[in-house]
Write a protein that binds this ligand. Structure first.
Ligand SMILES: [Mn+2]
Length: 295
């Protein structure tokens, strides 16, 4: 009985986990099909939710309990049917939650899940832009023969015509580099971020007023998170991520939904899962800032 009560994100009491009254809906997406290096992202949603039970409800910066806005955790998306079937389910889920005026946080799973979610929301909200945190540009036309690969997800978003900013990028191919320069894409390279703190305002300037966030956990530096399929040195750090999310919150832009993907939990490394859980709570907290006092 107690375990049942603790089964959702943060392990909240029943009165804070009713769909109707919840501002936030967490959607586990344990999908993994195209992972190219270290595997295990299908275990990401469970690991994040389990670790989230150790996260404090109280936000140390906002001095309140953001979870009081209600956080409903859905049953995991059925991923047994292959990418096209899962994509259809994700498109529909994203549309349903936007229409219900919920803030949706999709927990991956591999990064390929982002494309159908963005496609669904973009069809409802044409002024959408995407804020993309990642070590990788993910702009390959295909990878290992698959156009639905995790390494091609932003290429698909680009082809949809959705404007985007990519932040923390530090690993990409010549093909991707040429595409970036040809189309003058908004790529904020990790090495430039280290030397220029003006990047946060610049990213905000380039995003539209309605934003979807896709957060590949490998955007984070490997000194903080290692449990991911394709880790890269030289990444973002906790405090700059949180500072930026806070800036985004008070900028007046509306963040409509988000995903957090590519955690590949490892038995010996519970810090990465806990980091992801903490980050997930920070994302839903700052992206629903109207409910709290962000100063
Ligand atoms: Mn990546």
């Amino acid at each position: 009985m107690i375990e049942q009560e603790l089964s959702g994100f943060l392990g909240l009491p029943d009165e804070l986990t009713r769909f109707q009254s919840s501002r936030v809906v967490v959607v586990p997406v344990p999908f993994e099909a195209t992972t190219s290096y270290g595997g295990g992202t299908k275990y990401g949603p469970d690991a994040i939710i389990e670790a989230s039970h150790q996260v404090e409800f109280f936000d140390e910066q906002l001095a309140c309990e953001p979870c009081n806005m209600g956080i409903f955790t859905e049953d995991p998306i059925d991923v047994s049917g292959g990418f096209d079937t899962v994509a259809r389910l994700l498109r529909q889920k994203a549309v349903d939650l936007v229409k219900a005026d919920k803030f949706a946080l999709f927990l991956g799973g591999e990064h390929s899940i982002t494309a159908p979610i963005v496609e669904g929301i973009f069809a409802q909200i044409p002024q959408l832009s995407v804020l993309h945190f990642d070590a990788h540009a993910d702009l390959r036309d295909s990878y290992e023969g698959l156009t639905c690969s995790h390494a091609s997800v932003m290429r698909r978003v680009f082809e949809m015509g959705v404007p985007f900013c990519s932040v923390g990028i530090r690993s990409f191919s010549k093909e991707e580099y040429d595409l970036i320069n040809k189309h003058d894409l908004n790529i904020f390279y990790a090495h430039n971020i280290r030397s220029d703190c003006g990047w946060m305002d610049e990213v905000l300037n380039r995003l539209s007023d309605v934003v979807y966030i896709t957060f590949d956990i490998d955007a984070v530096d490997i000194s903080e998170v290692r449990a991911t399929g394709t880790p890269e040195p030289g990444g973002l750090l906790w405090h700059e991520i949180i500072t930026f999310l806070k800036k985004l919150a008070v900028s007046g832009k509306k963040v409509i939904a988000a995903d957090l993907v590519e955690l590949a939990p490892q038995d010996h490394d519970h810090t990465s899962s806990f980091y992801a859980a903490r980050l997930a709570y920070k994302i839903v907290t700052y992206c629903t800032w109207q409910h709290h006092k962000v100063t």
